[in-house]
Design a protein around this ligand. Structure first.
Ligand code: F6P
Length: 547
């Protein structure tokens, strides 16, 4: 049994969960007209309604006690003050410093963090201005029209998600493209319409060793030099963002064209650093700074608000409640705003790579369910695809509904229809419809008794499906920064409560290592005897079908 399970609040919650599983939210709403006031939090540009969860005041109280017994406030201080809370990699976790949320004088391993951040921001600002004003010229003297960001995972998902979300704020000074897949089909398609003399590549890789990124970067260099007939053109068309300057330089990228990243920034939390360069090139540096300011505002809220009114804390505790105590296995992310179409993909990495683990900080096996699997899609598209499952399957999937009050592209009638669905779905998931109601509705429509007997069980919706609703005033750089930081801190809190190391990712290493060996075997057409018969036969089939 893990030490968490011995905490008084944990024991209380486990017992309380047995009782709450017998409750229906309809009754909780019927008996408490203040439910919304009790279970919602409003910030200047954002509202969180979490009243449609299977909770009551006792649940909330016990969850807050759990946060206190897990010493959440002390852990939060450790993170913001640069303590090395990434224990397995012996690193600090300071992505908050990238948006100005640390002491000016924070010194880590003898280096002034704020100074390092400011220097890089200044370097980014200068570079962005040069490119956007047409002063950064390609090998033939022409201005840059297209930016291609090459990176994967945290070096891709954050920047691309934000670029997509803020498209309406771009002045189209440059066109931004993202290459992440090592499948050559992606880079080939992106490069096909582009003119090499006008393209700038950003090779984004914290480690500068990631095979997929290195392979794409080499292809990009070949594509450029095949047109320029000059190795030196690389200097004018390639910049790098990395914590591994040496590797980037040996790749042919000039030192002054390398933007720094640091080991105290995790890849999936790095869009605020120069990893976000493509965002800044697309929007201009002022709007990039608004994104940082929004995240900084959420940092302040996370640090200052009491747990009862603290959005990231409450969202994390609800996830623990729904998953660990009530047994949900997955969680859906359902944005009702086209601009957020990549949010679920982004949050998959953010939450699952952070907390998809099964041993505690001290390495002992965890005996309780930890984080759910995260999946999702734009709400309206989901409604016509998988919402059937959300409403009537025998798996309960808690969901976050995220919408905006004002559309960034208002067209008469559209936003109203969208938001009507947004409100209807969380209500329907909660209230459901019981058999008596189904029968009465069918009778009112004049259906025969036989028909009603046959169809009624299929039309019953049990309801009682938990949802959070997040309403933003609109999707703009500042509010988006707030939203992303909200989820970052939620993930941190989950990690503390569940006792997992949120900032390492050892689980991606095994497959990486095997792939490197297998690639050599395939190239040499000589398979190792160590493979299981399935893998060996698959590889043999591949090799023989190829030749
Ligand atoms: O393989 C997973 C991972 O290490 C992620 O954590 C990271 O975001 C991604 O690969 C890319 O890594 P890098 O920026 O070092 O290329």
């Amino acid at each position: 049994m893990s030490s968490r399970q011995l905490l008084p609040s944990w024991k209380k919650l486990a017992k309380h969960a047995d009782n709450m599983k017998l409750q229906h939210m309809n009754d909780l709403f019927a008996t408490d007209e203040n439910r919304f006031d009790k279970f919602s939090i409003e910030l200047p540009n954002m509202l969180l309604d979490y009243s449609k969860n299977l909770i009551d005041s006792e649940t909330k109280q016990s969850l807050i006690e759990l946060a206190n017994e897990c010493e959440l406030a002390a852990w939060r201080n450790k993170m913001f003050s640069g303590e090395k809370i990434n224990k397995t990699e012996d690193r600090a976790v300071l992505h908050t410093a990238l948006r100005g949320s640390v002491d000016e004088d924070l010194v880590l391993d003898g280096k002034n963090i704020s100074q390092q951040v400011n220097d890089q921001l200044e370097k980014m600002a200068n570079f962005v201005e040069q490119v956007r004003q047409g002063r950064w010229l390609g090998y033939s003297g022409k201005r840059i029209t297209d930016i291609v960001n090459i990176g994967v995972g945290g070096s891709n998902l954050g920047p691309q998600m934000v670029t997509e979300a803020l498209k309406n704020y771009s002045d189209n000074c440059v066109n931004v493209h993202y290459v992440s897949n090592v499948d050559g089909a992606q880079i080939a398609e992106i490069l096909r319409p582009l003119e090499p003399e006008k393209v700038l590549f950003i090779v984004s890789s914290k480690t500068f060793t990631t095979t997929e990124t290195m392979t794409n970067a080499k292809t990009a260099i070949n594509w450029l030099t095949a047109a320029s007939f000059d190795e030196k053109s690389v200097a004018k068309h390639f910049v790098a963002v990395t914590a591994n300057t040496e590797n980037a330089m040996s790749f042919g990228i000039k030192q002054e064209n390398i933007f720094d990243m640091w080991d105290w920034v995790g890849g999936r939390f790095s869009l605020w650093s120069a990893i976000g360069l493509a965002i800044a090139l697309d929007l201009g540096f002022d709007k990039f700074k608004q994104l940082l300011a929004g995240a900084n505002a959420m940092d302040k809220h996370f640090v200052e608000a009491p747990f009862e009114q603290n959005m990231p804390v409450i969202m994390a505790l609800l996830s623990v409640w729904n998953t660990t105590f009530l047994g949900a296995k997955s969680q859906a992310i359902l944005p009702y705003d086209q601009t957020l179409h990549m949010l679920a993909a982004y949050l998959q990495q953010a939450e699952m790579e952070s907390n998809g683990k099964s041993v505690t900080w001290d390495g002992s096996e965890i005996s309780y369910p930890t984080v759910p699997s995260i999946w999702g899609e734009l709400g309206i598209n989901g409604q016509h695809a998988f919402y059937q499952y959300l409403h009537q399957s025998n798996n309960v999937v808690p969901a976050d509904f995220i919408g905006s009050v004002a559309s960034v592209t208002p067209i008469k009638g559209h936003h109203e229809t969208l938001m009507a669905n947004f409100f209807a779905q969380t209500q329907a998931l909660m209230t459901g419809v019981d058999e008596q109601q189904v029968r009465e509705d069918l009778q009112a429509k004049g259906r025969t008794a036989d028909y009603i007997d046959k169809v009624a069980p299929h039309k019953v919706h049990k309801g009682n499906r938990p949802t959070n609703t997040i309403l933003l005033k609109r999707i703009d750089p500042y509010n988006l920064g707030q939203l992303i930081a909200l989820y970052e801190h939620k993930i941190f809190v989950q990690g503390i409560i569940l006792q997992v190391c949120s900032f390492d990712q050892w689980g991606v290493e095994l497959g990486k290592g095997l792939a490197a060996n297998i690639q050599q075997e395939l190239e040499n057409k000589k398979l190792s005897a160590n493979h299981d018969c399935s893998t060996k036969r698959l590889m043999n089939y591949y090799l023989s079908a190829k030749t």
